[in-house]
Design a protein around this ligand. Structure first.
Ligand code: CTP
Length: 232
């Protein structure tokens, strides 16, 4: 089924979990993989929304799709829920922070003792939350979910675990230990695993080409799903 018949939500970039007005916890995700996927989805004619954490403005200056900026993982979840329709393809290329400070100080935290302990609490898992919504609501069963797994060790085991635990249709494994793959570079090396047990290894290529291959797999998955679209 061509992607143009579906709304595509792509997430990208990091989130920021603020400790005080001048400090936050984050990660080095650049948002480039998400941008490449959003561009490719828009080129294929899909209504595309790119929900992104703080990323370089240059990346989305000339975007021909809608962009929604967020900061925290909770804001990312809220934005995804707001955009979700019954025919959505959700591609979670974002790197949301898993934990957030228990307390956020309204004023700058001052330097005191030699050690500082920060208490963190778990953020919601966005894919798991949407998977639970699908389980609970039959009309959301057409939502097609794609996750990413950026791993450094036991990479296949962790990726397959996430595919299952997050009830995904596809997962894109990213071995961030390899040169030219992952964060802050223009290329990537991805292995795609599907719900049906397929495995596709994509060699080193530009993030644009990786995006096209990922969306080819999504289109194959949608055809296999073979569901009629729900008219809203
Ligand atoms: N993800 C999510 N919600 C979170 C964290 C991650 O939906 N709070 C999504 C990511 O966007 C990605 C997938 O889940 O598509 C896997 O993210 P990753 O950070 O690799 O895994 P985690 O589930 O956070 O597990 P861990 O950090 O322990 O590897």
């Amino acid at each position: 089924m061509p992607l143009k018949d579906r709304k595509v939500i792509v997430t990208g970039g990091p989130t920021r979990e603020w400790l005080d007005p001048v400090r936050f916890i984050s990660n080095p995700s650049s948002g480039r993989m998400g941008v490449a996927i959003a561009e490719e989805a828009a080129n294929r004619g899909s209504e595309t929304v790119f929900i992104h954490g703080p990323i370089s403005r240059e990346l989305i200056d000339r975007a021909e799709y809608r962009c929604v900026g967020i900061q925290t993982t909770v804001e990312l979840l809220d934005a995804v829920k707001k955009e979700l329709t019954q025919n959505t393809v959700l591609i979670m290329a974002a790197a949301p922070a898993d934990y957030t400070p228990v307390q956020k100080s309204d004023v700058k935290i001052k330097k005191t003792g030699d050690e500082l302990t920060i208490h963190l609490k778990k953020n919601p898992d966005i894919l798991k939350t949407i998977a639970a919504m699908k389980q609970a609501n039959f009309s959301l069963k057409n939502i097609f979910m794609v996750g990413f797994a950026a791993e450094t060790n036991d990479i296949e085991k962790y990726a397959l675990g996430k595919l299952k635990e997050k009830d995904l249709d596809m997962i894109c494994l990213n071995d961030v230990g390899q040169k030219d793959a992952g964060f802050s570079v223009d290329t990537n090396i991805i292995t795609i695993f599907t719900r049906q047990g397929e495995k596709m290894e994509l060699p080193l290529q530009s993030k644009q080409d990786v995006a096209a291959r990922i969306l080819d797999c999504v289109e194959t998955g949608l055809t296999r799903m073979g569901t009629t679209l729900i008219t809203e």
